[in-house]
Design a protein around this ligand. Sequence first.
Ligand code: F6P
Length: 324
Amino acid sequence: MTFKHIGILCSGGDSPGMNCAIRAVVRTAIHHGMQVTGIRRGYAGLLRGEFIQMNLSSVGNILQRGGTILQTSRSPEFAKAEFRKRAVDIMKGQGIEALIVIGGDGSFKGAMALCEEHNFPVVGIPGTIDNDISNTEYTIGFDTAVETAIEAVDRIRDTAHSHARTFLVEVMGRNSSAIALKVGVCTGAENILLPHEKVDHKKIVDDIQRGIARGKESSIIIVAEGPVSGRSYEIQNILKDLYHMDAHVAILGHIQRGGSPSGEDRFIASQMGNLAVESLIKGEYPIATIVKSGKVTITELPNCTKKEDHNFSEYKDLAHTLSI
Ligand code: F6P
């Protein structure tokens, strides 16, 4: 099927590299003679008719910019069928024949519903710092978020060493362990606490004391935030109250979501944006672009609508072994 007019939106949490994917979609589509409508602020903006016509210049000079030029939102309304029907009517009213969605598993579910309920052609591009979408080894933004967190932890290590302190450093990822594990290994963390793991406070204390006994001047414990940010304060209180151990808390928060995308994120996002449009042209939808065995390719969209914790917990053991 030949599409003359496609729409593109970002949905859910933003991630560095989304702009590279938008640029690749717009430039590939224009290369093939298509019209592209940018939809601002995700599904919520779609329901409000927040449209902008994209041309070659509207995606100029954005490769290096963090965030998303289209902006994004989380739209609880879109979980309801009546709003999805309205969205399809609005898109058809604009002449939009297919939709490309950049986001996480929740955003993909919304896209999939448009296809199942209204036979509307959709393609998903995985964009989230959490790297937690099923059937893809990679989601756009993960690499940059990890680099940002590593830089922050290195800085914390400097001051922790100067004062001989222990820090609990909380990283993003909601239910995903991906950022915590990679950052933990790369910063020589003494321990990594995974999102749903029962915390063994005594073991944390024993490990830290063993380190101090052999001359260590600092300890870093990477805490995966879990469902609610701030989990580190609870751990800090228990260490203090039960074990009389002082630990400082640093919550890295949204600094992990911003910033100029890394080369890896630019490279993968550029390929995914291009492949998303090429797939639509070939009539391959509903699909998502993914990374499999290190290569950018496609899979059917329902394969990617589950949140998945890749949970390579062997990296937790690796960090622990290397930091004794
Ligand atoms: O899904 C990406 C993410 O950054 C998670 O790591 C984090 O838990 C969540 O979004 C924060 O969401 P918000 O920016 O809406 O507070």
